[in-house]
Design a protein around this ligand. Structure first.
Ligand SMILES: *[C@@H]1O[C@H](CO)[C@@H](O)[C@H](O)[C@H]1NC(C)=O
Ligand SMILES: *[C@@H]1O[C@H](CO)[C@@H](O)[C@H](O)[C@H]1NC(C)=O
Ligand SMILES: *[C@@H]1O[C@H](CO)[C@@H](O)[C@H](O)[C@H]1NC(C)=O
Ligand SMILES: *[C@@H]1O[C@H](CO)[C@@H](O)[C@H](O)[C@H]1NC(C)=O
Ligand SMILES: *[C@@H]1O[C@H](CO)[C@@H](O)[C@H](O)[C@H]1NC(C)=O
Ligand SMILES: *[C@@H]1O[C@H](CO)[C@@H](O)[C@H](O)[C@H]1NC(C)=O
Ligand SMILES: *[C@@H]1O[C@H](CO)[C@@H](O)[C@H](O)[C@H]1NC(C)=O
Ligand SMILES: *[C@@H]1O[C@H](CO)[C@@H](O)[C@H](O)[C@H]1NC(C)=O
Ligand SMILES: *[C@@H]1O[C@H](CO)[C@@H](O)[C@H](O)[C@H]1NC(C)=O
Ligand SMILES: *[C@@H]1O[C@H](CO)[C@@H](O)[C@H](O)[C@H]1NC(C)=O
Ligand SMILES: *[C@@H]1O[C@H](CO)[C@@H](O)[C@H](O)[C@H]1NC(C)=O
Ligand SMILES: *[C@@H]1O[C@H](CO)[C@@H](O)[C@H](O)[C@H]1NC(C)=O
Length: 406
């Protein structure tokens, strides 16, 4: 009981952290099985009249919604996601399906001008409904999650809606969210490659390939403020007794990058095929270090989500103004159910100048014996040369003195 609560809290924290203000909803059928799943963020801008002038009001779809009158649907009856919020406002999206695919067809937004919190001094009162025909999602194979981080703008009379951070599945089969994702075109500039994923137990040698090294950067204004080059591999425990582990390589060509930088904290968030991974770096005295890592896998084992993270880490400590480098494989323990392996790592979350890495401070593992032997031999030879030279000088001085005394 306590553990369930803890996990749920972690999950909420992770979600809240990864997608600020993202709304997550699930519509359930009579058997209490999920039939529509959605996470999304919507910004509304509504223009309305006051006695004096026209006003534009912007607000975000709140997290506090009810799902009354939502419909699960089936092959003959459409499905409806209907969110009610605030004082008489609502937003809905309806879906149709055939034997192989489903798609969204219309967004209906109803707003209540009598709500003086949202629409102060409105001249009109009562509700107004706008309907926009959309292809959101466009046809998606059944039993597939649709994902779209990019912004989608829906325009109707007096209303502009901006949608982003969308993860959506309607007509969910048997209450189990799909592990297959279909990404919107805007998110996928490169043809997606299916990431490798295999199962192994920690005692067995990993059979999975090394992950591809990705180059990630975050800009603040027009200036690059965070740089990271790394191959990433997640090791996640499937069971509470930690006997079965799953390894997932992050495919950089299929990864959407966001983040923030300021002088004391920098965040890098990766969304790779609907898997969320985030890093938080902070400044401590004249160093920076990796303080927090979070992961969220929407559909893991039997469709259940996995979220985990640790905000109390202390890895990769490096002087400000330098980058941290580790070519060797590093295995970072994040929690007892989540390990992060890094390859060909170089990261600089602060004080990036002209979009380039500064000098690197390298991890100890990179200095293996093979690397040290030539150095040791070099130092020994150097000493030998100096010794010979000194004895030569002493010898010369002695003979010189000897000559003078004669
Ligand atoms: C559905 O499941 C939730 C928890 O999973 C439970 O709280 C609720 O009572 C269930 N409802 C029905 C009608 O079975
Ligand atoms: C309100 O928004 C509309 C459309 O974006 C714009 O044309 C109009 O000028 C705005 N009005 C005000 C008062 O900002
Ligand atoms: C959404 O609206 C909020 C304020 O209501 C604003 O701060 C934010 O930048 C907007 N985001 C987008 C993507 O339009
Ligand atoms: C679809 O759902 C409607 C209403 O819930 C129901 O009357 C109908 O029998 C269902 N059709 C199928 C094929 O399940
Ligand atoms: C979706 O909603 C629109 C607008 O209300 C309506 O015209 C359309 O028939 C609906 N589609 C389904 C499948 O219910
Ligand atoms: C609209 O808002 C007003 C004021 O908050 C409220 O009294 C009214 O019931 C709302 N209308 C609907 C349809 O909920
Ligand atoms: C289902 O819809 C998709 C997309 O609209 C279409 O490509 C496909 O041919 C349809 N399948 C059937 C069996 O009607
Ligand atoms: C707007 O004008 C009408 C009549 O001109 C008046 O009754 C109403 O109180 C005014 N509303 C506001 C918000 O000033
Ligand atoms: C809405 O406006 C009508 C007339 O314009 C008025 O009779 C009615 O009382 C108003 N309702 C509210 C809730 O303000
Ligand atoms: C749905 O899941 C239940 C239990 O998980 C299983 O017994 C049943 O066979 C499944 N049905 C389908 C159609 O997959
Ligand atoms: C671990 O848990 C799994 C499923 O939860 C179970 O099949 C397995 O037997 C367990 N192993 C041990 C060693 O308890
Ligand atoms: C961040 O650092 C830059 C230069 O290092 C400085 O100009 C700026 O004022 C600082 N900003 C804050 C919020 O401390």
């Amino acid at each position: 009981m306590c553990c369930c609560g803890g996990l749920a809290l972690l999950y909420l924290l992770a979600l809240g952290f990864l997608q600020s203000r993202a709304l997550q909803v699930e519509v359930k059928d009579d058997a209490n099985k999920t039939c529509i799943y959605a996470t999304l963020m919507v910004n509304f801008t509504v223009s309305y009249e006051t006695n004096a002038s026209e006003k534009n009001m912007s607000f975000t779809l709140p997290n506090d919604v009810t799902l009354d009158k939502s419909i699960c649907g089936n092959e003959s009856v459409g499905s409806l996601l209907w969110l009610h919020f605030g004082s008489g406002h609502s937003w809905s999206l309806n879906f149709t399906r055939n034997a192989t695919a489903y798609r969204g067809s219309a967004i209906k937004f109803t707003y209540n001008l009598s709500d003086s919190n949202l629409f102060p001094d409105a001249k009109r009162n009562g509700t107004i409904t706008t309907v926009s025909n959309v292809e959101l999602p466009p046809p998606v194979p059944l039993n597939t999650m649709y994902t779209c981080n990019s912004e989608d703008v829906v325009i109707a009379t007096d209303v502009v809606q901006r949608l982003w951070g969308v993860r959506l599945q309607a007509f969910v089969v048997n209450g189990t969210l799909s592990s297959n994702a279909s990404q919107c075109e805007a998110d996928a500039p490169v043809t997606p490659v299916v990431p490798v994923s295999t199962t192994y137990t920690p005692t067995a040698a990993p059979t999975i390939d090394e992950p591809i090294t990705g180059n990630y950067s975050i800009s603040s204004g027009s200036l690059v403020c965070l740089l990271a080059t790394m191959g990433l591999q997640l090791n996640v425990s499937q069971t509470s007794n930690k006997t079965s582990w799953i390894t997932i390589n992050i495919d950089p060509s299929n990864t959407y990058v966001t983040g923030t930088c300021d002088n004391k904290t920098a965040t890098l968030r990766l969304n790779s095929s609907n898997r969320f991974l985030s890093f938080v770096f902070v400044v401590r005295n004249s160093n920076f270090y990796l303080k927090e890592v979070n992961v969220s896998l929407p559909s893991f084992v039997n469709g259940s989500a996995f979220s985990d993270g640790n905000g109390n880490l202390s890895y990769w400590e490096t002087s400000l103004g330098s980058s941290y480098m580790c070519h060797s494989e590093q295995r970072l323990q994040i929690t007892d159910a989540f390990l992060l392996n890094t390859f060909n790592l170089r990261v600089q979350p602060f004080r990036v100048t002209s979009g380039k890495f500064s000098t690197a401070e390298e991890c100890f593992a990179d200095f293996d014996l093979g690397f040290l032997i030539p150095i040791a031999v070099g130092i020994a030879l150097g000493f030998l040369v100096i010794l010979v030279f000194i004895s030569y000088l002493i010898g010369r001085k002695k003979s010189h003195t000897g000559y003078q005394s004669v």
